[in-house]
Structure formats: structure tokens, C-alpha cells
Design a protein. Structure first.
Length: 97
């Protein structure tokens, strides 16, 4: 029984990277396309980071105000649900029998 097949999956990412590097060396057009994709991904990441930094103070202030508001004015108590046997309409059904 040979276990050689179990050693190939960890090498797959390395093969993909080496294949991409070789392809970029053979065809510079692909290298430029790959560089363009990397620049777009980096720009999207920076934009998401800037949005998170800009919105953090707003979200923090909103959550603090909501917590303070709930402490000042407690929520009204919810009506307790009575068991079915204790409701008025069930008495009518029981008396009709």
C-alpha cells in the first residue's frame, strides 16, 4: 500500500503559485492583468477599512445613547399570557358541555 498520494495536496498551492509566476514570465500581458487585479483588491480593502474607521464613532455613540435611554425609561411590562384554561372564552366552552 502506497501513501504517496497523501503528500500531494499540501503541494497544490505551491504548484498554483509557481504556475502563475511561470505564466506571468512567459506572457507579460497576464502579469499586467494580475497586477491590475491585485491593485483593485487592495483598493477595495482600503476602502472597506476607511469605511469601518469612519463609521465606528457613530455606531459607538448610537449604542451608548440607546443604553442610556433604556436605563432612564424602563420598558413597559409585557402582559403575562394566562394558561388556556384560565381564559374567559374557554369557560364558555366548558359550561356548554
Amino acid at each position: 500500500m502506497t501513501y504517496a498520494a497523501f503528500y500531494f495536496p499540501p503541494l497544490a498551492p505551491i504548484a498554483v503559485v509557481l504556475g502563475a509566476v511561470l505564466l506571468c514570465l512567459v506572457a507579460p500581458v497576464f502579469a499586467m492583468a494580475a497586477l491590475g487585479v491585485l491593485v483593485l483588491v487592495a483598493a477595495a480593502l482600503l476602502l472597506a477599512l476607511a469605511a469601518a474607521v469612519a463609521s465606528a464613532p457613530f455606531l459607538l455613540v448610537r449604542s451608548v445613547r440607546r443604553r442610556l435611554r433604556s436605563r432612564r425609561r424602563p420598558e413597559p411590562e409585557r402582559a403575562r399570557v394566562r394558561p388556556r384554561a384560565a381564559r374567559d372564552d374557554s369557560r364558555a366552552v366548558l359550561e356548554a358541555r
